[in-house]
Design a protein around this ligand. Structure first.
Ligand SMILES: C[S@@+](CC[C@H](N)C(=O)[O-])C[C@H]1O[C@@H](n2cnc3c(N)ncnc32)[C@H](O)[C@@H]1O
Length: 202
């Protein structure tokens, strides 16, 4: 059963395929034979390594009109710096002050803050939530995205946690966000669910 609430029917269909693939992929993965660059099925391809910008973000960053982006939990800024290089004005937030050094030569505005209490009066065209998760983070996304704005959400998903036994992330999509696209892929050793969400108007 999908471990998700508030998701549209088409997401549940994807979840069913996830359940089916879980046994298959975990078996293959335990043998250590998930080959790089193989693409026998849509859902088990290795798309990128952890330090590479995801295909999803590249697509969004290069096809959306350039504007203002906000990176929730930017870490060392792989994504924020790539967006800035491609013309976006980027605000990157993380609670670790020492990460600022990664942004000194880039046109990225780094803010050291705790996202759970963070507020900003500005609105953004694109929100990045890549592997940063706490309950309520998507509510923060709703508050900061302009109507019609887009969020790129990458999470280590149900399948990853089934295979590796870590606690599950319960992805709840607020009603203010529409799931426009959901895909799955592998980084080197982790399964990722990738969502494109759009902030509804009104
Ligand atoms: C797994 S890293 C992901 C970094 C980056 N988004 C990426 O994809 O490589 C999660 C980051 O989120 C930050 N983070 C997690 N919870 C946070 C919070 N409540 N407030 C601010 N930063 C947070 C952590 O400090 C960390 O840098």
């Amino acid at each position: 059963m999908p471990d998700c609430a508030f998701l549209p029917a088409r997401y549940e269909v994807v979840e069913c395929s996830t359940v089916r693939l879980a046994a298959e992929l975990s078996r293959v993965f335990r043998r250590g034979t998930v080959p790089l660059n193989s693409s026998p099925g849509r859902n088990d391809r290795v798309e990128c390594r952890a330090y590479e910008v995801s295909h999803q973000l590249k697509t969004l960053g290069l096809t959306l009109p350039v504007g203002k982006a906000i990176d929730f939990g930017c870490g060392s800024g792989r994504d924020a710096r790539w967006l800035a290089k491609n013309g976006w004005h980027v605000v990157a937030i993380d609670r670790h002050a020492e990460l600022e050094r990664y942004f000194q030569l880039q046109s990225v505005e780094f803010i050291c803050d705790d996202l759970s209490t963070f507020t900003d009066s500005r609105t953004f065209d694109l929100a990045i939530v890549h592997f940063t998760w706490f309950e309520g983070i998507l509510e923060k996304v709703c508050q900061t995205l302009r109507h019609g704005g887009v969020c790129s959400l990458l999470v280590h998903s149900d399948l990853h946690f089934r295979c590796f036994g870590s606690p599950k992330i319960k992805v709840e999509i607020p009603k203010k966000l529409t799931v426009e696209q959901m895909t799955e892929f592998w980084t080197m050793d982790r399964h990722v669910s990738a969502f494109v969400l759009r902030r509804n108007s009104g």
